[in-house]
Design a protein around this ligand. Sequence first.
Ligand code: ATP
Length: 268
Amino acid sequence: MTLLEVKNIEKYYAQRPFLFKRGQEAPVLENVTFSLQEGECLGIVGQSGSGKSTLGRIILGIERPTNGELIFQGVNLYEAPSKEKKMIRRNLQAVFQNSYHSFNPKQTIFEILEEPFLNFEHFSKAERQQKVRELLDCVELEWAMAQNYSSQLSGGQQQRVNIARALALKPKLIVLDEAISSLDMILQKTIIELLQRLQKELQLAYLFISHDLQATRFMSDRILVMQHGQLVEEIGKDGTYQHPASQALYNAILPSHPRERKKKDRPN
Ligand SMILES: Nc1ncnc2c1ncn2[C@@H]1O[C@H](COP(=O)(O)OP(=O)(O)OP(=O)(O)O)[C@@H](O)[C@H]1O
């Protein structure tokens, strides 16, 4: 079943008037249209500045599109009454790249993970404690860690806490915006494995936004390529592509051995 429909999204930012006349601004997003199914992981890849994060913010309801529609579980996100919007917010969560900066440094991990329940549920203290315990367990962190501050955690542990926070309200979709980009390769692999396990267990859908085609291929059921604010192609299941933007992303993958470079550089 379709979970999210993104229809003809456009985004313009107001430009400095001495550079652009009104109506002449360059679009950051142009005619972006795609849909995402329940339980699917859809990858959006593109080079820096192609508009990926702007698209992510619009889907999360953080920023309004200039034109276009966003339909989540059949409801128009930007036209829904506030009660329905609150329901959508529960089901639509995010994990961003810089885990450390997404925490309040004065809060313990317990307080960070307790917050969604304080905002959205009427649980007793004992129930909240049980929920936080379950969340830590879900992302393979020790209960003892709940008393720590985020600054006392490693980058990988911080990202696990971020994932746990995103899972708290049992969402349908998590937008993962460069969620593993700041981690070293071994940690990237562990977090990808964790995300894949959680996806299966909780029937989650992911929108995996990244500049890293290799990681995106590892994670995603389908991959859309973005360039200059437009979706330019879908990479085939067998990895085939036509567009130069996809070629550039393939070229950016480091070969494991110099001999491999020759193979990689052969035309598709
Ligand atoms: N608030 C804003 N005001 C004006 N321009 C913006 C704003 N936010 C983003 N942009 C511009 O929109 C374009 C797309 O930016 P965006 O961050 O969405 O790209 P990206 O593909 O996520 O890049 P990166 O991978 O480097 O994060 C860039 O040219 C950026 O300068």
